[in-house]
Design a protein around this ligand. Structure first.
Ligand SMILES: Cc1cc2nc3c(=O)[nH]c(=O)nc-3n(C[C@H](O)[C@H](O)[C@H](O)COP(=O)(O)OP(=O)(O)OC[C@H]3O[C@@H](n4cnc5c(N)ncnc54)[C@H](O)[C@@H]3O)c2cc1C
Length: 468
C-alpha cells in the first residue's frame, strides 16, 4: 500500500471511530497554525474527542495499531512536549473546554482539561474568585496542559504552582482505563496520592481529561509600579517589605535585567522617557487592595518606606490603566525575542533567592567565554527565583547549545535550584535531564513510565527514555 493509501485509510478509520469529533489529516494540519512550536503539527492526524469516552476510544485505537499518541492543549508549551513526528496522532483536548461547576462556598472549580486558563479566570471572577495562577499565555494555555507541565507563572510565590492548585483529577491511561480521583477536598491522606504523578508528566503517563481546581479570593483593585534598582538582592528587600505589610496584597514581583529591558524598549518602540528603564535591574510590582486609591497609596507608602534601605534608583507608580498595561507589555511580550532572533536558545531555571546576583554575573562572564558576542536577556519571576534566559543569537549549532546549557546549569542542583523551573523537559531539555537530574530519580521515572505505558504509546520520547 502507498503512503497516500495508508493515510486515507487511517483518516477513514479515525473518522469512523471518532463520530462527532473533529479529525484533521496531514494536509489540514499543514495549513493550520501549530502554536509556538513548528513541530506540533508534523503528525499524521489530529483527533479532537468530545468527552472522556472519546479520549479512551482513541487511546484504545492507537494502542491496538501501535500508533503513538501526543496529547495537546493550547500548544503554548516551551519545551517541545507537544511536538510530533511523522506517523503520530494528536489527541487535541480543545473540544473538552467546559467549566462543569464552580462551587463558591467550597472555592472549587471542576473543569474539562481543554478549558483555557482565561476562561476559568473569567468564570471564577463572577463569584469574586480566581484560580490563583496566572501566565501571559492565559488566552490559549489549557488547564490540562498546565497540570501536565506543572505551570507556575506570576503568582506561584503566593499560591504555589499548578500542583498546589490541583485537588482532584481524571485521566485516561495508556491502556484505555480511566483513572478517576476527582477529590474536591484539600485533605486526603488515603494512601499514595497518585494524581500527582500526572502533574509535570507532560502527557507521558496519561491524558488528563478533567480536574478539580482550588480557587482563591480575587484580588480586587490593583496598583502597578516599575522600580529601578541595582540588583536582585535590592529587589528581594523590596518584595520582603511588601510581603510583611498589612492592608495590601503583593500579587506580582517580576524582575528584568537592563539588557532585556533595553532591547524590549527598542522592539516595542517606546518613546524616550516613557518608562524609567536606565537602572541595572527593574522590578515590576503589583499590589492588590479594596480600591484603586488604596492600592496606589499602599504602593507609594511602601516604596517610600523602603527607598533608602533598598537603594531604589527610580520608580514609577502607574497613574492610569494604560500606563500599567505599558509596564506589563515590557515583561509579557517576550515573543519579541523570538521575532528578533530565529529560535534563540532559551532557558528556564530556578535559583535559590540568595544566589541570584552571583548566578547572573557568572553566566554573563562564562557565556562570553563561549562567544564574546553572547549577552543574555534575563528576566523572570523574582519572588520564586525563576529566571528566564534567552541568548542573543539565532539557534546555534548543537555543540554550542550544549556548551551554553553547561554554563547555565552548572552547580544548580548542588545549590538547590533546578534546570527546568516551570516549562518542563519535553524534547528540548531531555539531554539536560539526563545530565543534570539525580540518577536514582531518573531510574524510578523510567520504571514508572514502563509500568504505566510499557509499549510507549503516550508521548513517546518525551521527558524519560524508554527501551524500544
Ligand atoms: C507567551 C508565553 C508565556 C508563558 N509563560 C509561562 C509562565 O509564566 N509560566 C509557565 O509555567 N509557563 C509559561 N508558558 C509555557 C506554557 O504556557 C505552559 O507550559 C502551559 O502550561 C502549557 O499549556 P498548553 O495547554 O498550551 O499545553 P501544550 O503546549 O498543548 O502541551 C504542553 C505539554 O502538556 C501535554 N499536555 C497538554 N494537554 C494535556 C492533557 N490534557 N493531558 C496530558 N498531557 C497534556 C503535552 O503533551 C505537552 O507535553 C508560557 C508560554 C508562552 C507562549
Amino acid at each position: 500500500m502507498t503512503d497516500v493509501n495508508e493515510q486515507a485509510e487511517l483518516i477513514a478509520a479515525l473518522k469512523a471511530l471518532a463520530g462527532r469529533a473533529a479529525v484533521w489529516g496531514k494536509d489540514e494540519l499543514a495549513a493550520r497554525d501549530p502554536g509556538v512550536d513548528s513541530r506540533n503539527f508534523r503528525a499524521a492526524a489530529l483527533v479532537r474527542p468530545a468527552d472522556t469516552g472519546g479520549v479512551a476510544a482513541l487511546v484504545g485505537f492507537c494502542a491496538a495499531r501501535g500508533l503513538r499518541l501526543v496529547p495537546q492543549g493550547g500548544r503554548t508549551g516551551l519545551a517541545g512536549g507537544a511536538a510530533t513526528a511523522a506517523g503520530e496522532i494528536i489527541c487535541d483536548l480543545g473540544a473538552m473546554n467546559r467549566i462543569e461547576e464552580i462551587d463558591p462556598l467550597a472555592r472549587v472549580a471542576v473543569v474539562q482539561a481543554g478549558t483555557p486558563l482565561a476562561a476559568l479566570q473569567e468564570a471564577a471572577a463572577a463569584y469574586g474568585l480566581d484560580p490563583g495562577i496566572d501566565l501571559s499565555a492565559r488566552g490559549s494555555c489549557t488547564i490540562g496542559g498546565m497540570i501536565s507541565t506543572n505551570a507556575g507563572g506570576i503568582m506561584a510565590f503566593r499560591n504555589g504552582t499548578m500542583r498546589h492548585r490541583l485537588l482532584g483529577l481524571e485521566a485516561v491511561l495508556p491502556d484505555g482505563r480511566v483513572f478517576r480521583d476527582l477529590t474536591r477536598v484539600l485533605k486526603t491522606s488515603a494512601g499514595y496520592d497518585l494524581k500527582h504523578l500526572f502533574v509535570g508528566a507532560e502527557g507521558t503517563l496519561g491524558i488528563v481529561t478533567r480536574a478539580a481546581i482550588r480557587l482563591v479570593a480575587a484580588g480586587g483593585a490593583s496598583a502597578t509600579a516599575l522600580v529601578g534598582i541595582a540588583d536582585a538582592a535590592s529587589a528581594q528587600r523590596i518584595v520582603g517589605h511588601f510581603l510583611g505589610r498589612a492592608g495590601a496584597y503583593l500579587s506580582a514581583a517580576e524582575i528584568m535585567w537592563h539588557g532585556y529591558a533595553d532591547a524590549m524598549r527598542r522592539w516595542l518602540g517606546f518613546e524616550p522617557g516613557m518608562l524609567p528603564l536606565d537602572a541595572p535591574c527593574l522590578l515590576l510590582l503589583e499590589l492588590d487592595a479594596d480600591t484603586p486609591e488604596a492600592a496606589a497609596k499602599a504602593m507609594e507608602d511602601g516604596l517610600s518606606a523602603i527607598w533608602e534601605e533598598a537603594g531604589i534608583i527610580d520608580a514609577l507608580v502607574a497613574g492610569s490603566l494604560e500606563q500599567a498595561r505599558t509596564i506589563w507589555r515590557l515583561r509579557e511580550e517576550t515573543w519579541q525575542i523570538e521575532r528578533a532572533h530565529g529560535h534563540p536558545p532559551s532557558f528556564d531555571v530556578s535559583v535559590p533567592a540568595g544566589a541570584i546576583d552571583a548566578y547572573v554575573a557568572r553566566i554573563g562572564k562564562d557565556l562570553k567565554a563561549i562567544d564574546a558576542r553572547y549577552a543574555p536577556y534575563v528576566f523572570g519571576h523574582l519572588a520564586d527565583g525563576n529566571l528566564h534566559i534567552s541568548i542573543n543569537t539565532d539557534g546555534p549549532d548543537p555543540e554550542r547549545y550544549r556548551a551554553i546549557e553547561d554554563v547555565l546549569y552548572a552547580g544548580l542542583r548542588e545549590i538547590g535550584g533546578s534546570f527546568s523551573a516551570e516549562h518542563g523537559v519535553g524534547l528540548d531539555k531531555r539531554a539536560a535531564y539526563e545530565r543534570h537530574a539525580d540518577p536514582v530519580k531518573q531510574e524510578l521515572a523510567r520504571s514508572i513510565k514502563a509500568l504505566f505505558d510499557p509499549r510507549g504509546i503516550l508521548n513517546a520520547g518525551k521527558v524519560v527514555s524508554q527501551a524500544e
